[in-house]
Design a binder for this molecule. Structure first.
Ligand code: ATP
Length: 368
């Protein structure tokens, strides 16, 4: 049985409570199913740490994250924790990890769980993954834009051949690991851009196409191109058509929140920030200070992020036993949601954060 070290960053707001719930589930899963030993190192990097000590993440915190086998994060950021120029300090943690560890692929599954109320009119299955380019695109300008005398402001988009090639390759790898889109099982890789307006996006599309053409199985999958505006419409009208979607940084940011909203909201959306040698897993939502400390936050995105972490460890370390653990956690969450009687208030229920954790643990134990 392999031991994996996990850098645990509970963070701010609802972060600590959902982290505690998710770790409780993972601990119980390993106790019941074996397969891996997870050893956590808690790292207090957070907006709270910045308020107390003037720094959100120390070099020691960063080194502990870099040394761990994987990172699991609750949520970082508080509205009152801002640099003098107005930027929230959460970037000191999230962007530092993302950029310095080169976590270039933002992997965001959008999955409809039976039992979870959602705004889509029909009951077609939704199960796709957005692969967001994480370290370039328009957000590469962060901190580097211009504001001339308060009259003109500019930011510059950065699209590189290498960045586009490797994010497309990450999308290709994911299509190979999945079973195609729901319904007909076709493997479809979608490229989201605005190639009809900006040459940077036309370049993104060109490199995407070249990369797929060069892939050994490129001919076995369907590719499609969608402009970002059409993508948003399709996410609402025909989300069942998607399998894996590759998008530039800002477009990936926007489409993943829209996708999450279509399947029950941010509390349902896990994510992974993944590079060639490091992986950081966290719910897509922020620290939600408005509901912090009340034991009402939905922990599902956080628990599913934990399952994604196990799945990534299984894939990158070639460790099927930890993959089985990931499946067990994922399946237990799906069964709890399908029953529909233990849902948090954001999903129309009255269950608490800890109720959901306990229900998932009961499911794990019933199926062990
Ligand atoms: P950030 O910019 O840091 O991502 P945000 O401003 O988008 O954060 P969130 O913290 O994600 O905001 O929260 C937005 C709203 O969604 C909050 O008002 C909160 O009530 C709700 N919300 C977010 N996460 C959850 C959750 N896990 N469970 C229940 N409600 C949530």
């Amino acid at each position: 049985m392999t031991t994996y070290t996990i850098a645990l960053l509970p963070g701010d707001g609802i972060g600590p409570e959902i982290t505690q719930t998710a770790v409780g589930v993972l601990t119980e899963a390993t106790r019941l199913y074996g397969g891996a030993d997870l050893v956590y190192t808690e790292i207090p990097a957070s907006a709270t740490h910045w308020l107390q000590h003037g720094v959100a993440m120390t070099d020691e915190h960063f080194a502990a994250c870099a040394d761990a086998d994987a990172m699991l994060m609750g949520a970082i950021g508080l509205p009152q924790a801002r640099h003098p120029d107005g930027r929230e300090v959460n970037g000191d943690v999230i962007f530092r990890l993302r950029f310095d560890l080169d976590l270039y692929a933002g992997v965001r599954p959008i999955r409809r769980f039976p039992g979870v109320p959602c705004p889509l009119a029909d009951d077609k299955p939704v199960d796709y993954v957005i692969v967001r380019e994480n370290v370039e695109g328009l957000y590469a300008s962060r901190g580097g834009g211009t504001n001339v005398r308060g009259e003109v402001a500019t930011d510059t988009i950065v699209i590189t051949e290498r960045g586009t090639r490797r994010i497309t390759e990450a999308g290709l790898r994911l299509t190979r690991r999945r079973h195609g889109r729901p319904g007909d099982g076709r493997r479809v890789l979608t490229c989201v851009d605005k190639a009809n307006v900006l040459s940077s996006y036309a370049f993104f599309r060109e490199i995407f196409d070249q990369t797929v053409d060069a892939a050994p199985d490129g001919a076995d999958l369907s590719t499609e191109h969608l402009y970002i505006d059409a993508m948003c419409a399709m996410q609402v009208l025909h989300p069942d058509r998607f399998d894996v979607v590759v998008a530039e940084n800002m477009f990936g940011d926007i489409t993943s929140d829209l996708g999450a909203a279509t399947v029950g909201g941010l509390g349902m959306a896990p994510s992974g920030d993944i590079g060639d040698s490091h992986g950081l897993f966290q719910p897509s939502h922020g620290s939600a200070p408005d509901i912090a400390g009340q034991n009402i936050a939905n922990p599902v995105a956080m628990i599913l992020s934990g399952a994604m972490m196990l799945d990534w460890l299984a894939d990158t370390r070639n460790d099927p036993a930890v993959g089985k653990l990931a499946e067990a956690v994922d399946g237990a969450v799906a069964r709890v949601l399908a029953r529909g009687d233990v849902l948090t208030p954001d999903l129309g229920g009255s269950a608490s954060t800890t109720d959901v954790g306990a229900a998932v643990i009961r499911e794990l134990s019933n199926n062990a």
